[in-house]
Design a binder for this molecule. Sequence first.
Ligand SMILES: C[S@@+](CC[C@H](N)C(=O)[O-])C[C@H]1O[C@@H](n2cnc3c(N)ncnc32)[C@H](O)[C@@H]1O
Length: 193
Amino acid sequence: MTYIPEDYYFRRAKKEGFLARSVYKLQAIDEKYHLLKKGMWVVDLGAAPGSWSQYVLAKVGPEGKVFAIDIQPIKLSAPNLHAYLLDVFSQEVEALLASASFDGLLSDMAPATTGSRLADQARSAALVARSLFLAEKYLRPNGFWVAKLLEGPAREELTQKARTIFQTVHVFRPPATRKGSSECFLIGLKKRP
Ligand SMILES: C[S@@+](CC[C@H](N)C(=O)[O-])C[C@H]1O[C@@H](n2cnc3c(N)ncnc32)[C@H](O)[C@@H]1O
């Protein structure tokens, strides 16, 4: 098992009551690209344990809604949080997303690591591709998409595909990303009509 040190962001998350240190990655993305606003309906894929959902709930306020999806339990409850124990590749996820109109789709999904860098990159790329497919199909025009990717050979293809769906696409590495990690975030702004 890999040793993960309890760094500055880990301790800060504990102190500020967030369920994971990854919240500071979303916060950095949101502060740079101004994504989340009051009243928005947002999908959070790979939401467990729940720090991104905590952050989004605070930003969208009581008029907004968060649809949090994971294969592991989400350790959070709130009146406007709808949590689902589902695999993102399932038909149920599609049925759920088809039932409403969403302003944003976030994915912090990460595959269980195998020890093989290429295999992990390929699984991560498959999760990003799935989130992009769901965004293309179910996100409202002008909506935004954020997805975590372990950098690898698929990045260029995924970025190109995202450019056909969104007016602007960025690749960003938030400061809270661990040193030595190859992860980055693909960000699509203003979904084309
Ligand atoms: C880094 S964690 C997410 C942390 C979360 N954003 C937070 O702030 O608490 C990655 C998550 O992706 C989820 N995941 C991986 N594959 C998935 C799949 N096929 N469907 C849904 N969730 C998946 C994992 O179960 C894990 O909880």
